[in-house]
Design a protein. Structure first.
Length: 400
């Protein structure tokens, strides 16, 4: 049976070069970088090199990179650290209603600790309106946090414009760029980004390691206390194998990024076009052009997303559902609901995210298998049967 991985937004396979390098630092170069002997000095040098590799990917300075255990910790450090360090200046934070839960739950925590948060709406393409950001700013606003690219539908936000606005207003700007770093070019200086979150396992690095970029001069408080690692901002013995793996993954990602993006985007567009032609009553979710190179998200009317997911898995295709059903919740995606989809339509969503290991043959196989699955499931659906009683009425969602 074929085994095709179309879930790169969830995680990516570790690059062979990355894995080999990490093994070296788990067996041979095992010193603690805080130690002053040769074992420690050797490893500290490697940590510094990884910091520079990551800084190069972002067009940052190496002393602006702080390693964390991943994106969630980096988001917590960015929001809590900045909020508590600057609460004398103000207590208002602006974010969006489609953020990852690492942001939303952190904002909820901050609200319980004296801060106010404005959650901006999005349009039908999951795009934040710059005008809404402007209107939300008050004299108490200290931070704007908007994700670079949405993890469910792939929409890329107007980060450069928001960053410029924030800089003009003297407000700190953070972006959760977990989905974008390593898969899309980012220049923190050009975009006026003050803080940026990233995670290695989204671009062929290991799990359990991430980083927070903090522009020089931005003051934040430590959230985790202990030793003096990461210039006393993030205590704890460094995850050296993870750090060197992250650095190597960043180096590899930077190589021929334009060509990689072009190839994956071509496969994405082929998959989107093919599904639109072969499957009736579907809706493409996310911005039609301003989207991540590998991101595809469709809502299939009269079908449950979880059923699609399970049937695809039986055919060897790994994907994910836009619905939260698989996590034990009956509620559909907060992102799709924020875009204006009904509960019924949102429950029929499927996310297919392509990566550098995918081929045209993978896409063609999916275009053969998925329409058959949708047709079979719809043939058993009472909702689909009732819809055929009025074929002359166009679908308001699909515009068929």
């Amino acid at each position: 049976m074929k085994r095709i991985y179309f879930d790169h937004s969830a995680t990516t396979p570790v690059d062979n070069e990355v894995a080999a390098l990490m093994m070296e630092y788990m067996t041979e170069k095992f010193g603690n970088p805080s130690s002053i002997h040769s074992f420690g000095r050797e490893v500290k040098k490697s940590v510094d090199e990884a910091r520079q590799q990551l800084a190069s990917l972002l067009n940052a300075n190496s002393n602006e990179i702080f390693f964390t255990s991943g994106g969630t910790e980096a988001d917590n450090l960015a929001l809590k650290g900045l909020a508590f360090a600057n609460r004398k200046k103000g207590n208002h934070i602006i974010t969006t209603c489609i953020e990852h839960h690492a942001i939303l739950h952190t904002c909820d925590y901050l609200e319980k600790n004296g801060f106010t948060v404005t959650y901006l709406p999005v349009d039908e393409n999951a795009m934040v309106r710059l005008e809404d950001v402007k209107k939300a700013i008050t004299d108490k606003t200290i931070l704007i946090s908007v994700m670079f690219a949405n993890n469910e539908v792939g929409t890329i936000q107007p980060i450069k414009e928001i960053g410029q606005l924030a800089r003009e207003k003297g407000i700190y700007f953070h972006t959760d760029a977990v989905q974008a770093v390593g898969n899309y070019p980012i220049d923190v200086k050009e975009y006026n980004i003050d803080l940026l979150t990233l995670s290695a396992h989204k671009f062929h690095g290991p799990k359990g390691i991430g980083a927070l970029y903090i522009r020089r001069g931005v003051r934040i408080d430590a959230v985790q206390h202990g030793g003096g690692q990461e210039r006393s901002l993030r205590a704890g013995t460094e995850n050296v194998p993870g750090i060197v793996g992250l650095g190597k993954a960043a180096e590899i990602a930077q190589q021929d990024m334009t060509k990689k993006i072009a190839r994956i985007s071509t496969l994405r567009d082929k998959l989107i076009k093919g599904l639109m032609e072969k499957v009736p009553d579907i809706k493409l979710n996310g911005h039609p052009t301003q989207r991540m190179p590998g991101s595809v998200n469709f809502s299939f009317l009269y079908v449950e997303g979880e059923s699609l997911l399970l049937n695809l898995d039986l055919k060897g295709i790994a994907a994910s559902s836009g619905s939260a059903c698989t996590s034990g919740s009956l509620d559909p995606s907060h992102v799709l609901l924020a875009m204006g989809l009904t509960h019924e339509v949102a429950h029929g969503s499927l996310r297919l995210t392509l990566g550098r290991g995918n081929t045209e043959e993978d896409v063609e196989y999916c275009l053969t298998v998925l329409p058959e699955i949708v047709g079979r499931l719809r043939s058993m659906s009472p909702l689909s049967a009732s819809s055929k009683m009025s074929d002359s009425n166009p679908c308001s969602i699909c515009k068929h």
